[in-house]
Write a protein that binds this ligand. Structure first.
Ligand code: ZN
Length: 482
């Protein structure tokens, strides 16, 4: 039985540290911070939008729903098609609809195309082409649909101002539309998510962070991140005002977002030096593949040094299968290698190692895993800095259990936040991140979880995650016991 209506506002990449820093100037969010009290909310591993949103929607951990990334972490295969049958029917809004409640669902990440619900659902494409769609059609036709779905833009410095303006316009239009939908549909459960904050932070971060090594000094963008928090605060206020005082409100993010790693650890090179990774061409020092890999590393270093990343990016667009090139697929002999870095996307602190025990002469699979974990946790930043660079390294089943666990690499690990994993071979073990200037913001595990009432905050545990939050949503809707 419905206890109270619930409005869920999802904000991709809203970060608890920044929220705490800005909150005195964000009255609507601050009121929620005060109503929530102390709670620590952490995203899934790795804290990417895809697995995190799916876990919040379905209540399943990533090894249970198996929707981990656009790319498969292990097989490096593209999954353009999201297996929606694993979301449809088990999402919190489908469960609410099944119990006879009226729902309004706007812009759920990857839940596209929208499907029949008891109320209204609209979403846009991410990673695939297509138009924003809404169900049912009769309602969709009543108002112009705003932009929804993922962003594919990768703006350079010249395009940043236009990119920010567009992100602000899209955000405002979606908020206005959400208010209209609330009025028309009068849902028991409403969910709207804003994906723009995460997107702008990826590119704008270094302009707003004087501690960032690529901070350019004061510019027109210095306040851009704060201004976006201000915009979202205003939107949270307007959505709450439209919903009314008696409606429960949940504001949550899928992960946090802060400065991206400024150094990279060449994990494959470390494995190669341990004879765990073998290159094609064997010990041939002057093999063309090896020279090519070294040339690739040099190009990246000099592009960074001379601020030519943008040019390099444009050139790279013309290189077929450049991702494989970045991962060193052209040079690694995977048949003969016992271990190599997995395909977790991008330069992040979140990594995995794929194992091939048949190429490991000294023992079996488990002893190989033990060896890799020991190798990782004993990795130290060289040059006298006395701390480990790996926060933790674990067997994958120590992180999650589920039918899709094999989609995770055999060993998973997390680096300290200033480090990211990298694939380069025949390079130093630790190098400056040559791509930091083009992508300076990155995902963090702690996220934002805010509720509007003490009844809601009482239900929260000290440690929450997207799966537990899904269960709270069901209980706040009266669909399961707290
Ligand atoms: Zn995200």
């Amino acid at each position: 039985m419905l206890k109270r209506k619930l409005l869920i506002i999802g904000i991709d990449g809203m970060d608890p540290v920044l929220l705490a820093r800005f909150q005195d100037r964000l009255p609507n969010l601050k009121a929620l911070v005060q109503a929530t009290g102390q709670v620590h909310y952490e995203s899934v591993f790795p804290p990417d939008s895809v697995p995190a949103w799916m876990s919040f929607f379905t209540g399943k951990n990533p090894a249970e729903h198996g929707i981990l990334e656009y790319n498969d972490y292990v097989a490096s295969q593209k999954h353009a098609e999201v297996p929606l049958d694993r979301v449809q029917g088990s999402s919190f809004w489908d469960l609410a609809g099944g119990a006879g409640l009226r729902v309004a669902v706007l812009n759920p990440f990857l839940a596209y195309p929208p499907w029949p619900v008891t109320g209204f659902m609209a979403s846009g494409p991410a990673f695939v082409t297509g138009e924003v769609q809404g169900f049912p059609e009769e309602y969709r036709r009543r108002h112009q649909l705003p932009f929804m779905g993922g962003y594919a833009d990768f703006p350079g410095e010249q395009e940043l101002a236009g990119f920010l303006d567009q992100a602000e316009r899209d955000t405002r239009e979606l908020a206005a539309y959400a208010n209209q939908v609330w009025e028309d549909i009068q849902p028991d459960l409403a969910f709207v998510s804003f994906l723009t904050l995460d997107r702008i932070k990826h590119f704008i971060w270094r302009y707003c962070d004087p501690q960032d090594p690529t901070y350019p000094g004061p510019t027109a963008f210095s306040d851009a991140v704060f201004k976006f928090y201000l915009l979202l605060d205003e939107i949270v206020g307007s959505l709450r005002a439209k919903a009314g005082k008696d409606v429960n409100v949940l504001v949550m993010s899928d992960h946090g977002h802060g400065r991206r790693c400024t150094s990279l650890i060449n994990v494959n090179e470390i494995l190669r030096r341990q004879n765990l990774l073998v290159c094609q061409g064997g010990a041939q020092v002057f093999s063309s593949r090896r020279l090519f890999e070294k040339a690739k590393n040099l190009v990246l270093v000099y592009a960074h040094r001379w601020h030519l990343e943008r040019l390099l990016q444009k050139v790279a667009k013309r290189i077929p299968n450049k991702k494989a090139l970045k991962r060193g697929d052209h040079i690694i002999d995977k048949e003969k290698s016992a271990a190599y870095l997995s395909d977790f996307d991008g330069a992040n602190p979140f990594g995995g190692i794929c194992l091939n025990a048949s190429a490991y002469g000294a023992g079996d699979y488990e002893s190989l895993r033990t060896k890799i974990i020991e190798l990782l946790v004993n990795l130290h930043q060289p040059a006298g800095i006395k701390y480990a660079v790996v926060k933790w390294a674990k067997r994958r089943e120590e992180v999650y259990a589920g039918p899709y666990l094999s989609k995770y690499p055999d060993v998973v690990f997390e680096l300290e936040a200033e480090y990211g994993v990298n694939w380069s071979l025949f390079a130093e073990a630790v190098v400056p991140n040559p791509r930091h200037r083009t992508l300076s913001g990155g995902h963090l595990k702690p996220g934002v979880l805010l509720v509007s009432s003490s009844e809601m905050s009482r239900d929260l545990d000290r440690l929450e995650n997207p799966m537990t939050l899904h269960r709270h949503v069901l209980s706040w809707m009266g669909l399961r016991d707290a």
